[in-house]
Every structure is written in structure tokens, then in C-alpha cells.
Write a protein that binds this ligand. Sequence first.
Ligand code: LMR
Length: 396
Amino acid sequence: LFSAVEMAPRDPILGLTETFNADTRQYKVNLGVGVYYNEEGKIPLLRAVAEAEKARLETQGPRGYLPIEGVLTYDLAVQKMLFGQDSPLLDDGRVVTTQSLGGTGALKVGADFLKRLLPNSVVAISDPSWENHRALFESAGFPVKTYRYYNPQTYDVDRAGLLEDLQQLPPRSIIVLHACCHNPTGLDLNAEDWHQIIEVIKTCGHVPFVDIAYQGFGEGIEEDALAVRLFAQSGLSFLVSSSFSKSFSLYGERVGALTLVTQNADEAQRVRSQIKRVIRTNYSNPPTHGATVVANILKSPELRVLWEEELTSMRSRIQSMRLALVQALASRGAKQDFSFIARQRGMFSYSGLTAQQVERLRVEFGVYAISTGRICAAALNHKNLDYVADSIVKVL
Ligand code: LMR
């Protein structure tokens, strides 16, 4: 049966972690996967999470099945984070949210649903984008194209190229957009850019699918929801995939959500019923723990304040490590100017390192980065910074 099965390539991100874990060198640094590590190089257990978990454990609740759409208080809390406390969309019953297995799960359920709805559409992702975007939409059966996003000459967004490419896609294309903390470039769009993108999307009849996996890591929870809120005001129907892996440091709990904004409450009911079918035939219903913890934090005034403080300190620490890396490279006489790293936001930095340089970093120094040159600034700390900077300067 399996004799003809070919070896699949390793996943470009999680496969790198496998190689890192198997690396027996005493000194090694994983700047590959997008995970926040604290100053001690550990994945933190947030205090807000620990307190919510303690309270949850004490209630000793039964372990029944969740509804197909997950923890209902969680779904509502997600909507408020996306659209704001008093969004008219919520009062009008136009929004459908279902808990998902991380942001990836939301993208996959959304993609499977869209494939049934728009079987002949094309999907467009940014160039570059998160490695898994292409794979996910291709596995749902879509052809995947790219729109220009990054200009390596200016270390900035290629705004004109982006708009031009969106205009040239076939009508009704599905456009995957990063709401904030663009993965992998760390370069975000401003309000004016979003207005222009929304206009093009409206004119061409495209379908926006907004991926928000780093809310709170750019400028703040409200600020980072700008794109979602502008789409909400636009009157368009659209999809949003949320992830709380990073913002609650709950990676392995797979806490995500798929949200669909429809035109009216009746449409929302029909869409909900179809999404439930997709979920039921994939994994039946989601797990309880992570989403309950997140919902309990978001609805408790004290825990919410504590969580927001912790999120702010993660964001500030990443920003300070960006500045420290820029300084460390400059003080070592790096031939290139790396000051652009300090202007990028979120966990990632598109360092400009080539695939060969990344390979040398791994082989010679045990410093792991994605072959595109993406490094995770959230994995830097004051203990590994000098070593990383020394290693980078040596491979330049
Ligand atoms: C990343 O981009 O490294 C993260 O989103 C983790 C993943 O699943 O790829």
C-alpha cells in the first residue's frame, strides 16, 4: 500500500524546529519559528493564563462535547476584540464566529467553505507571505497567485505594485491580507493604504480574507484591529482568521477563530450552518481548555488588565531587542545598514540575509533562521544577542 509513497519535504518553519531540536550542539539559537521567548529564553506562561487556569481547575467541570462552533462566550469575546465593544455589526447579527484550531484551522475551514462557494476563484497572497498560506489554500484546491508587497530596495511596502496587482487579478479573487505585524516582513499598511485596498477590492468584487495572528504585537489591541474595522465599515462581506497562540502564549492549546461578516442576520444563519458542516466533517468540534481560558480572561476585568500589561511588555521587549540587534550589528562594523529592522513590527524581521547566509548561520554557528532571511526578533534576548550579532557579521 505505502511502497510508492514519496518523502514529503520538511515544513519550512516547523521542519526547521525539528532540525533545531535534533541539533546536539551546546550553543544554538532558534530564530526560525514565530514564538515569543522571554528574556530567559523561555516560552512564558502568562500570569493571567495561570490564574484563569487555576480557577478553572478548581471548578472541576465535566468534560462534555462543545457545540460545533466552540465556546460561545469565547466566540463573542473574539468578535469584540475584532470589531470593538459597540460595533453595530454585532447588534445587527451579521457576524458569524466559530472557534478554530488556531489561526491555521480558521484559514483551513474558511478555505474549504470558500472552495464550495467559489470553486473557480483564484487566491492571492502577498509576496512574500507566511509559508503556510500558499500550502493551505492549494490544499483546499485553489490556484494561488501572489501580489507584490515587499520592495527589497527600499525595505518598505511596494504600495503601487500591490494595488496594481490586486487590480489585475481576475474578479472575485480571494485576497489574503495580514491585518498587522506582516509575516514575514514586519511591514504594515497604514490607514490610507487600507482605504485604497478596500476601494480596489470593492471595484473588482474580490473577497477579502484577513489574517490576524498578532493582534497586540504591533501597537496595541485596538490599533492593530484597524484593518478589520475598516473592512467592517466598508459594507463588504469578508472573512477573518484569528489566532491567540502568540498573544496569550497558548501555542499548543490551538486557540483560534474564524469570523465571517455577512450582509444580514438571515445570511449569517445560513453561513453559520455551512461552516458547522465543514467543522463537523473535519474534526467534529473543538477542544475546551484554551478557548475557555481566553474567554475567562477577556471577560474578567482584573485578568484582562493583567493580560494587557503582559502583552504590552512582550511587545516592548521585542521592540527593544530589535533596537539592540541594530546597534549590535552596527557596532561590529556590519557592512550593511540594518536600521530598517527597528522600523519593522511584530515578531518577525525580514533581515535581508540570503539563503546561503542563513545556511551558513545554521551550519557554522547553530543560529537557525528561515531560508528567506526571516528571523524571529522575539527569540532574541540579552544572553544570545552578542552571539547572534557576531554570527551574522561573520556570514555577511
Ligand atoms: C510562524 O510563522 O513561524 C508561526 O506562525 C508558526 C507557524 O505555524 O508557522
